[in-house]
Design a protein around this ligand. Structure first.
Ligand SMILES: Nc1ncnc2c1ncn2[C@@H]1O[C@H](COP(=O)(O)OP(=O)(O)OP(=O)(O)O)[C@@H](O)[C@H]1O
Length: 255
């Protein structure tokens, strides 16, 4: 098991946002988090990442067999957790290229590898663009592509994507999905995959391009049901999030 979340409860600013969260993600699996606005999806992401404002009041987060519940965000990232934020902050004074050099080589003076340079070209980042400050004045699509590029340099074993399909045009969704598939080793057989992913998507649009194994509906801070992504999305479309919980295909837990 790559990630195991047991009976997790989380408070934000004194408000109980998540409770009774059990989630198990095996090596090579891709899971999807669905749910209405305010259901707790971003809170779960931030709690897995270990942001200090997200106070764990109960439960554990186990990553690669190790209890990481009390580790800092930096320690979790070093252990192999990566994230693509929906609206990441701009970093004044740090160019995209220098950030990539730091992630890839831990050395700002060292050139990017030819593989990384090819990925920059593939993701439509030319030399001028690489000189720009990270996320400063970037369009929605540029922000997402830049986040993916950073993940491709980091190569985490567990990757979380916060709405990779929101605010992005069709060509960019296809491009982003191609790289998500590359990161999650979708071109290899399921049993040979080592990396796992967790995607937040409101409408499931990205799932037209990225195959997921299990979907979870997060409702009022609890995982209300888990099951086959296509069936759950279909139920959400016809019954809404609350109606979908009644669906016959749903299983109660992923662990
Ligand atoms: N810093 C905060 N202070 C107070 N309440 C917060 C804070 N952050 C989140 N919440 C509350 O926690 C609940 C869950 O929010 P969260 O952002 O996790 O939901 P979400 O499922 O990601 O929503 P969306 O789909 O709209 O992005 C909401 O009621 C929200 O108001």
């Amino acid at each position: 098991m790559l990630l195991k979340i047991e009976d997790l409860a989380v408070q934000v600013e004194g408000k109980q946002v998540l409770k009774d969260i059990d989630l198990c993600i095996k090596e090579g699996e891709t899971h999807v988090l669905l749910g209405p606005n305010g259901g707790g999806k971003s809170t779960l992401f931030m709690s897995i990442l270990g942001f200090p404002n997200y106070k764990i009041t109960n439960g554990n987060i186990i990553f690669k067999g190790e209890d990481i519940t009390n580790l800092t965000t930096t320690e979790r990232v070093q252990k192999g957790i990566g994230v693509s934020f929906q609206t990441p902050p701009a970093i004044r004074g740090v160019s995209v290229e220098n950030l990539l050099r730091l992630i890839e080589n831990k050395d700002i003076e060292k050139e990017l590898s030819p593989k990384m340079q090819n990925l920059c070209t593939k993701l439509k980042f030319n030399q001028d663009f690489l000189k720009r400050d990270v996320n400063l004045g970037f369009s929605g699509g540029e922000v997402k592509r830049s986040e993916i590029l950073q993940l491709l340099a980091q190569k985490p074993e567990f990757v979380m994507f916060d709405e990779p399909d929101s605010g992005v045009d069709i060509e960019n969704v296809e491009l982003i999905a191609e790289e998500i598939n590359e990161l999650l080793e979708k071109n290899t057989k399921p049993k040979q995959r080592t990396r796992s992913g967790l995607l937040i998507t409101h409408l499931g649009y990205i799932l037209n391009y990225v195959n997921a194994d299990i979907a979870h509906v997060l409702l009022d801070g609890e995982i209300a049901c888990s099951g086959n992504p296509e069936e759950i999305i279909q139920d959400v479309k016809t019954e809404g999030f609350r109606g979908c919980v009644e669906c016959a295909e749903c299983i109660s837990k992923s662990c």
